[in-house]
Design a protein around this ligand. Structure first.
Ligand SMILES: O=C(O)CCC(=O)C(=O)O
Length: 326
């Protein structure tokens, strides 16, 4: 029996902007858009071509002796290689030149020119390759935030995390398994910031993570030419079934001033959420001045108030989507 309920991600074909905006985007659920027009990259992006066109540009990469990357125990190292050398190594199983061991795994998440300030933009960092990749124009141009190369060795698994932007993850070459969890399952994922501490999602330690079984797992296998729509706040965990090249494009779902202006990665909580979390910390410090039984009494009442006021599925919730849109 499977550990968790598994739900296939819905697959849509022949999607255009109208279909996306009418049937997919408002649902706020992941969707695979199969056979998307991603441009000539689908034919052109062989290892040789990428090496030739990407050239000697230096890229910062993750290198790991184990294919399952672990942010808790930091089982990977950040290294720098010329793009063409990185692509060669990521595409092969055994390496003649290596950092840690001859079967090490590689992962590139491309960055902006000024890593701390600028979001990644394929057309700036890789202008020749960007010409081959056509970003489907389902969003308005002002919503564009970043476009990021995602290149991984076969078997590379990236931990479960959420981002705060809407995401179109384009699979250009290779196949990739993606597991996704709803934001409403956040409490079952044992979060450390934006990442889940449950690293082994197939065989988790249920003594350590008993609630994990309650999280519903959505799943899909991306093929070349697929676009995966990952709405903001949806958790995702990727496993490259082959050496794979993808590009993900982040788009703002909220007005631009809702986001942290110093966030080149698109994963810092919106300003209002950060303010609310800081206020919560203050409220908890205030309760610390009271004896245990008083803290319990007021703590329970605060939880109920938060639940009533914020949960979408609480029938007594006072703030609805309509209220927000008005
Ligand atoms: O494709 C991957 O390996 C990871 C994708 C991802 O985390 C993202 O698009 O936010």
């Amino acid at each position: 029996m499977e550990l968790q309920e598994r739900i296939p991600v819905r697959i849509f074909t022949e999607v255009d902007k109208d279909v996306f905006l009418r049937d997919i985007y408002p649902q706020r659920k992941p969707a695979v858009l199969r056979g998307s027009c991603l441009g000539p990259c689908l034919q052109k992006w062989t290892v040789e071509y990428l090496r030739d066109r990407g050239g000697d540009k230096e890229v910062k990469i993750h290198v790991s002796a184990q294919p399952q990357m672990d942010f808790l125990h930091k089982n990977f190292a950040y290294k720098t290689l010329p793009f063409k050398e990185f692509v060669k190594r990521a595409s092969e199983r055994k390496h003649s030149d290596f950092f840690l061991c001859e079967d090490e795994s590689y992962y590139l998440r491309s960055l902006g020119e000024d890593v701390r300030k600028e979001p990644a933009d394929l057309s700036k960092q890789f202008p020749d390759l960007a010409e081959d990749f056509h970003i489907p124009q389902y969003f308005e141009p002002h919503q564009f935030f970043s476009s990021v190369f995602r290149i991984s060795s076969c078997g590379l698994q990236l931990w479960t995390h959420y981002d705060v932007m809407d995401n179109l993850l384009a699979q250009v070459t290779g196949r990739k398994r993606v597991a996704l969890y709803s934001p409403q399952d956040a409490l079952h994922l044992y979060l450390s910031g934006s990442k889940s501490e449950v690293l082994d999602i197939e065989c988790p330690d249920l003594n350590q993570f008993p609630e994990f079984v309650k999280a519903k797992r959505y799943e899909c296998v991306l093929e070349p030419g697929d676009l995966l729509f990952i709405p903001a706040l949806w958790f995702h965990n990727t496993l490259a079934l082959q050496f794979g090249v993808g590009v993900n494009v982040f788009w703002r779902h909220l007005p631009a001033n809702s986001y942290d202006q110093k966030d080149p990665y698109g994963n810092k909580d919106p300003v209002a959420a950060t303010r609310a979390l800081q206020a919560l910390e203050k409220a908890l410090c205030a309760l610390d001045q009271l004896p245990e039984d008083y803290r319990d009494f007021y703590g329970r009442r605060m939880v109920q108030r938060v639940q009533k006021r914020t949960y979408c599925d609480d029938p007594s919730s006072t703030i609805t989507q309509d209220t927000l849109l008005r």
